[in-house]
Write a protein that binds this ligand. Structure first.
Ligand SMILES: *Cc1c(COP(=O)(O)O)cnc(C)c1O
Length: 388
């Protein structure tokens, strides 16, 4: 039993003096106020505009190229959140693929050992088609990452990682000298823009699967890259046009609506996650709880230093064998047995069932805590663990 090293509900700090947006609004206000048309008579929200083409004579010609108005609203909100320019995509993978598309043939690509499977597959395609060399580095191997910065063409970090929730020492790694022309990217999906701002630490790009926390309701696919370098943003936009990796009008609309409540959703879900992580840690049917806020977590110190909050995802091992863990998933009533994370509803799954995740403990469950009442979530977990 190790206990949560509480941040005293960090959203106060995020919204407080330390993080200011363009126009000097706090993050919480920026989420609500940005990306709106304030002219008299304008609708408060940029309306969804399903359109492929426009009457010629204006800036907009064809939606795959210049987009629909909803993109701009979403990009304004997300860019301002992390202090860069946002380029939105059809999914998180489309966003990541656009970055990987900038990497030349025969490049050296550094990836985390605990890496999102889609990204690993993308890099492996680069190995067979473009002669990339791939180096896998443990999330916690700061010296290995610093060394990679010196020689690699793409340095790709995911922090906190999936599903072990290890936090990389981004302060050190992002500040390390990089090979000329290299791109250092951070997949910021698990942290959210409210808990971590990689561009401020020195990353070139920050990426989100907006399918997760930004959308927040399990009803869309969307992705975003945020960068400071204008020519890199132009290259990413060009790739988006050529690949046709554009977000749909409905998705951009829903993602913008979803992100308005991100601060509230995260505050609630994060508070519940801290509570549930502590209780799971004391539960006799659970053998190991991985949550960056627990003092026992291997990268708790980095999490404490770097993240404004510890997030809403908890990974824990059920005592017994795989079928015991499957039984827990089956018996849960409120918590949905489903993949993905970052939504209003809590979801849980056994990660070793996924292709490429066979190295994980077979009883590891990844729980994404939603915004339901914490006591209801705990009752559900208790009954599912007890019946085992
Ligand atoms: C889901 C996810 C992705 C991929 O995003 P999609 O929107 O599903 O394409 C990439 N990275 C992380 C960390 C994710 O959780």
């Amino acid at each position: 039993m190790s206990g949560i090293d509480s941040k005293g509900h960090s959203m106060k700090r995020v919204g407080g003096e330390e993080t200011r947006q363009a126009g000097s609004l706090s993050v919480d206000s920026w989420l609500v106020a940005a990306g709106r048309d304030r002219q008299a008579g304008a609708p408060l929200n940029v309306p969804m505009m399903p359109a492929s083409n426009f009457v010629l004579g204006t800036r907009r010609v064809y939606a795959r190229n210049e987009g629909v108005p909803g993109w701009e609203a979403l990009e304004e909100v997300l860019g301002g959140l992390e202090g860069g320019e946002a380029v939105s995509f059809a999914s998180g993978m489309a966003a990541i693929a656009a970055i990987f598309d900038q990497i030349p043939a025969n490049a050296l690509v550094a990836l985390p050992a605990d890496c999102y499977q889609g990204v690993l597959s993308l890099a492996e395609a680069g190995r067979s088609r473009r002669g990339w060399r791939i180096e896998r580095i443990a999330v916690t191997d700061t010296i290995g990452w610093v060394r990679a910065c010196d020689v690699a063409d793409l340095i790709w970090l995911e922090s906190p990682s999936n599903p072990l929730l290890e936090v990389a020492d981004l302060d050190t790694i992002c500040a390390a000298p990089r090979k000329a022309g290299a791109i250092l990217g951070v997949d910021n999906t698990f942290a959210t823009p409210l808990n971590q701002r990689p561009l401020e630490l020195g990353a070139d790009v920050s990426v989100h699967s907006a399918t997760k926390f930004i959308g927040g309701h399990s009803d869309l696919l969307c992705g975003v890259v945020i960068a400071r370098d204008a020519s890199l943003c132009a290259d990413l936009r060009r790739t988006r046009v050529l690949a046709g990796a554009t977000p749909g009008a409905l998705e951009a609309f829903l993602a913008t609506r979803g992100v308005r409540t991100l601060a509230l959703r995260l505050e609630r879900a994060q508070r519940s996650a801290e509570e549930l992580a502590e209780r799971l840690d004391r539960h006799a049917g659970v053998s190991c709880v991985r949550y960056p806020g627990l003092r026992s977590h291997p990268t708790h110190a980095a999490a404490r230093r770097q993240l404004k909050g510890y997030g809403t995802v908890i990974s824990f091992d059920v005592k017994g064998v795989a079928t015991d863990a499957d039984g827990v998933c089956r018996r849960l009533k409120l918590i949905q047995h489903a993949t993905s994370l970052g939504a209003v509803e809590s979801t849980i799954e056994r990660r070793a069932l996924h292709h490429g995740q066979e190295h994980l403990p077979e009883t590891l469950l990844r729980l994404s805590v939603g915004i339901e009442a914490v006591e209801d979530l705990w009752m559900d977990l208790e009954q599912a663990l007890r019946a085992g």
